[in-house]
Design a protein around this ligand. Structure first.
Ligand code: TYM
Length: 327
């Protein structure tokens, strides 16, 4: 039997190379051998303030980019989270089996709540909604970047606790984190992750960025004063990040990349990274432009919603029965 894999991306900001390498690429590679669920986590996007127009446009952009990146709608179940009305209902049932202490210890919650003292309760309960996404489809694997690992671990705890209390209900999922590119860093400040909501986007490569700009960003990426293309995340975070990007897009491992560039200086290496990234983005952007104004996306979402709504509705009924919520 095929194993089930699921991942989602939150439609805030513009999709980055980090999002592609951390999550989408894995889903593309898995699509022949797994039952893949891929969705737009629009309800997660409203845990922080977001403009209506921006949210609406992002939803469509993200979906078109999934397809442009090689996600095949015939091999994946693609849907919009807010189309599945049972998801918040299930999330509530899980919230009542999750401790405040667990949620307040989540790294992402701690970081984001620091930025705005008036944060919403949704920011705190965010990981339970994420657990719901995962548990509804009985996912075996959740391909994510390393920043989401803690949330998948929490999902495992919530599911095990529910199973213990009410009887076997959920499959226990595993995070799937690749060896290369689990965390693509900002090009200007390689101590922080490349983020789609970063205000200073000089260090961020967005999938829809102008290619000339992409080359410029890579050529001016922060590096160290040594001149060797060698992987050392602590001492050479900038170069290590570029090695990661190159390795991931060419499907090579780190030592192969080091070997290839052992006689190159940083400018030559950066130029090679820029070539690989630009030729990858060029293909994506061409396909994106064909898709963005077609009605293909709506059709795909309608079909995806039908499948997942039924699964979520069944899960909700099972949970209610187990908890005692029935007439
Ligand atoms: P989000 O939208 O922040 O990120 C989407 C995916 O991209 C990965 N990622 C990265 N990987 C490598 N390097 C980076 N710089 C980088 N930045 C982001 C993230 O790890 C993630 O895999 N909570 C999730 C969305 C979500 C979800 C889910 C994911 C909602 N429900 C269920 C998996 C399963 C989020 O905000 O991801």
């Amino acid at each position: 039997m095929k194993k089930i894999s699921l991942t989602g991306l939150k439609p805030t900001g513009s999709l980055t190379l980090g999002n592609y390498i951390g999550a989408i690429k894995q889903m593309v590679e898995m699509q022949d051998n797994y039952i893949n669920y891929l969705f737009v986590a629009d309800m997660h996007a409203i845990t922080v303030p977001i403009n209506r127009e921006e949210l609406h446009n992002n939803i469509k952009n993200f979906l078109a980019l999934y397809l442009a990146c090689g996600i095949d709608p015939k091999k994946n179940i693609i849907y919009l989270q807010s189309d599945i009305e049972y998801i918040p209902c299930i999330s509530w049932l899980l919230e009542c089996n999750t401790y405040y202490g667990e949620l307040s210890r989540m790294i992402q919650f701690k970081e984001k709540s620091k930025k705005n003292a008036n944060f919403s309760v949704g920011l705190l309960t965010y990981p339970v909604l994420m657990a719901t996404d995962i548990l509804v489809v009985d996912a075996d694997y959740v391909p994510v970047g390393i920043d989401q690992k803690q949330h998948v671990e929490l999902t495992r705890n919530i599911a095990s606790r529910f199973n213990k209390k009410y009887g076997e209900t959920f499959k226990i999922p595993e995070p799937l984190i690749t060896e290369v590119g689990t965390k693509i860093m900002d090009l200007v400040d390689p101590s922080k992750k490349m983020s789609k909501t970063e205000e200073n986007n000089k260090g961020v490569i967005c999938l829809l960025d102008d290619l000339k700009l992409v080359r410029k960003k890579i050529m001016s990426a922060t590096t160290d004063s040594d001149m060797k293309v060698v992987y050392d995340q602590e001492k050479k975070p900038g170069i290590s990040n570029l090695i990661n990007i190159y390795a991931s897009l060419t499907n090579k491992n780190i030592s192969e990349v080091e070997e290839m560039f052992k006689n190159s200086n940083y400018a030559q290496f950066k130029s090679a990274v820029a070539d690989v990234v630009c030729s990858f983005l060029e293909k994506i952007q061409l396909r994106y432009n064909e898709l963005i104004n077609s009605d293909e996306i709506d059709k795909i979402l309608r079909e995806g919603a039908l499948v997942v709504r039924k699964m979520a509705s069944d899960k909700f009924d099972t949970m209610k029965l187990k908890i005692g919520l029935y007439r």
